[in-house]
Design a protein around this ligand. Structure first.
Ligand SMILES: Cc1cc2nc3c(=O)[nH]c(=O)nc-3n(C[C@H](O)[C@H](O)[C@H](O)COP(=O)(O)O)c2cc1C
Ligand code: SF4
Length: 425
């Protein structure tokens, strides 16, 4: 089958909507399936490596419409969560990104990179005794009691990136925020210069921009806090600065929390919808509606990796309706354990325009190709076991309970055992 056929363009089977072409900003996509950012932790010194490239090129080869790379730090290693994540802070990072773009394009795929400042989760700042940037102090406390269930080895693993240091926090000043905005814009310039097809601004999951968006974390009384508009100001300024750098037509997606699980007082779907309208007006080409748990230890299976199918569908629908009502023809990307049947239904109802499938695509890089081949039964299902993300907590490369190949020679086979002489009984 041709590469286009394996991406589903013009498909008339059970997944006709999922496999129909779409457009984000100036970028035509062959289908509605996006692979959301998932850290692989395979970068070296902030640069994308061949191992990382192989992983994303394998998803492009499997027909994914748009592959988004695991999150990277705009001021790397400042504001970073890992020494193994992509960095965007220096022109020397461009070469690896360019190689990634070429490899994905060689598979007829499209690739975006996710830009982040990790704020209160900047583990590398912690390791280097730098205070973590937050909207306001004190930072709301988390219930860490479940750490008591961990073994000493697990606790040591959780401290891999931070070196076991404890965090200190600092409320960002106007100068800090100007630097952050400039860093996002400079990062966007480098990503575009590398030939990467799109950018996603990470304003979700408890990182810096999302803490400014959140009434639970942002208690400021200046222009950066106090009202929905003020709390959205930092994300909107980042979008404007990025847009000014990359120009019209270059696709800029923004990932937000559609809900914060945990104590009352966090982001709700209605707050997220109002923020999405402001972010779209600032120049975003798509809104990716995720969700987060205030307390990763207590609420992790609620967000951002939910255990129920299509968990955030109503939230995406609320955001989509608000955008339409405000006159913004901006696609919404739905996420949250979206299986193909749920995806088809979400697209049919207009609750969203694209879907992200994260763990499904770790488990089976060829998911889209199987659907395009009318072979749904061939899709290897993610069993929702959380093994992959556990490895991230230890600052390691994800392993998958159902896909032994994840992260090692997925496309090029490098590192795979030669099983040609092996016989089963
Ligand atoms: C191993 C792993 C790493 C992740 N890393 C990121 C990340 O870097 N940035 C991000 O926005 N979300 C990240 N996520 C969340 C996913 O993008 C996605 O939103 C989540 O897995 C829910 O989608 P799913 O149910 O289809 O897996 C990660 C998820 C996993 C499993
Ligand atoms: S490790 Fe488990 S949760 Fe993660 S992708 Fe594989 S099957 Fe799914």
């Amino acid at each position: 089958m041709s590469p286009v056929g394996r991406r589903g363009a013009g498909h008339t089977g059970d997944f006709g909507r999922l496999l129909a072409p779409g457009r984000i900003g100036g970028l035509d996509l062959p289908n509605r399936v996006i692979m959301p950012a998932m850290d692989m932790n395979l970068c070296v010194d902030g640069s994308v490596t061949d191992a990382e490239i192989d992983h994303y090129a394998a998803r492009a080869a499997g027909g994914v419409g748009l592959v988004i790379t695991g999150t990277g730090a705009v001021s790397w290693p400042v504001g970073a969560a890992s020494m193994h994540q992509p960095g965007f802070s220096d022109d020397r990072h461009i070469a690896g990104m360019a190689k990634l773009a070429d490899a994905v394009h060689a598979q007829s795929g499209r690739v975006a990179m996710q830009l982040c400042h990790h704020g209160k989760v900047s583990t590398i700042d912690m390791a280097n005794d730098r205070p973590l940037l937050v909207p306001s102090v004190p930072v709301p406390a988390m219930d860490l009691s479940t750490l008591g269930d961990c073994t000493v080895d697990e606790l040591m693993g959780l401290a891999n990136a931070s070196g076991g240091k404890m965090p200190t926090y600092r409320a960002a000043t106007d100068d800090d925020l100007d630097e952050v905005i400039d860093a996002f814009a400079a990062a966007a310039r480098r990503v575009k210069a590398a030939g990467i097809d799109a950018i996603e601004i990470h304003a979700a999951h408890g990182y810096l921009l999302s803490t400014f968006l959140s009434p639970g974390y942002n208690h400021r009384t200046d222009q950066w806090g106090g009202s929905v508009d003020n709390r959205a100001r930092l994300t909107c300024e980042v979008v404007r600065a990025v847009r000014a750098e990359v120009g019209d037509g270059y696709p800029v997606l923004v990932r937000i929390n559609g809900h914060e699980f945990g104590p009352d007082g966090g982001i709700t779907a209605h707050i997220a919808a109002a923020q999405a309208v402001l972010i779209a007006a600032a120049g975003a080409d798509a809104i990716h509606v995720s969700a987060n748990a205030h307390d990763p230890f207590a609420n992790f299976t609620a967000g951002p990796l939910p255990d129920t199918v299509a968990a955030y569908r109503p939230i995406a629908a609320t955001v989509k309706r608000a955008l339409v009502a405000a006159g913004h023809d901006v696609p919404v990307v739905g996420v949250g354990r979206v299986l193909p049947e749920a995806a088809e239904d979400m697209l049919a109802s207009g609750d969203c325009d694209f879907v992200s499938m994260g763990r499904q695509l770790l488990a089976d890089p060829d998911l889209v190709a199987h659907l395009a081949d009318n072979h749904r039964a061939a899709v290897r299902p993610c069993i929702n076991c959380y093994v992959c993300v556990e490895q991230n907590f230890f600052d390691l490369t994800p392993r998958c309970a159902v896909n032994a190949r994840l992260g090692r020679g997925e496309l090029d086979g490098v590192g795979q055992a030669d099983t040609s002489g092996v016989r089963c009984w």
